[in-house]
Design a protein around this ligand. Structure first.
Ligand code: GLP
Length: 241
């Protein structure tokens, strides 16, 4: 695991976007692993800038989001399909049909989870996964206690995560209780993982991820076993290292 401490969120975004740009120039049909949350926003801002100003080409690339709320209509502004479109896909020239999110509205959710795994495999697996981390150490929506070998499945959010995410909704009552998320085992198969985190609120999670024991109680710590993970953090997020 490579850990790089940078000045602020903008620098973190630039560094992460640079990894994406280098991959796309080498492999234009790369499979990108996409994440929601506020942490990847500076990455997407920089990718949009590189697309507009330097012609970074996404036309042959495809993308798979990590997770989705269960029960939010696909056109709900906080459904992760909408978020990924708004924050990333609509700002570059990636084909809209090439960007996938798990189906949180399917009548057969387990079938939808299996289909998502198959779609990732059929695309050849994820080349580069951008990841944030929850304050409780979760990656995707793999909350503490998740099996470290898990595959895409339905999970129940902890109250802490619902509270953390309530800022995107008008009240906590609107935050769904259930989600579909790529499993920890699924995420671990990405060939390169770039995890971004900024701010003092992430310091404990980053400590657990980088220096803690590998434990399902801080799911991100499993990345210590990943062959190619780059952790890009600002000084505040690094303050407990
Ligand atoms: C959500 C997402 C995660 C993300 C986390 C942290 O729970 N499912 O993928 O890492 O939020 O979000 P933020 O970057 O806004 O702190």
């Amino acid at each position: 695991m490579e850990v790089v401490i940078l000045k602020d969120a903008r620098e973190v975004g630039r560094a992460a976007a640079g990894v994406f740009a280098a991959l796309l120039r080498r492999k234009p049909d790369a499979v990108l692993g996409l994440a929601t949350g506020s942490s990847p926003l500076p990455v997407y801002d920089e990718l949009a800038r590189l697309h507009v100003e330097e012609g970074l080409d996404f036309s042959q690339a495809s993308g798979f989001a990590l997770d989705e709320y269960v029960g939010l209509p696909a056109d709900h502004p906080e459904a992760y399909g909408s978020v990924i479109r708004r924050d990333f896909a609509s700002r570059v020239n990636i084909g809209p049909a090439s960007v996938h999110t798990p189906d949180g509205t399917a009548a057969d959710l387990e079938g939808a989870c299996a289909a998502y795994e198959e779609a990732i495999a059929a695309a050849g697996g994820v080349d580069l996964q951008i990841l944030g981390i929850g304050t409780d150490g979760h990656i995707g929506f793999n909350e503490p206690g998740s099996s470290l070998a898990s595959r895409t499945r339905i999970k129940t959010l902890t109250e802490q995560t619902r509270r953390d995410n309530a800022r995107f909704f008008s009240s906590i009552d609107e935050v769904p209780h259930h989600v579909v998320t790529q499993g920890v085992g699924t995420i671990m198969e990405a060939r390169h993982v770039v995890l971004v985190a900024t701010g003092a609120g992430k310091a404990d999670a980053i400590h657990g991820l980088v220096e803690g024991p590998v434990t399902a109680m801080c799911v991100g710590s499993v990345l210590q076993f990943h062959p190619h993970t780059t952790v890009l953090i600002d000084e505040a997020a690094a303050s407990s290292l």
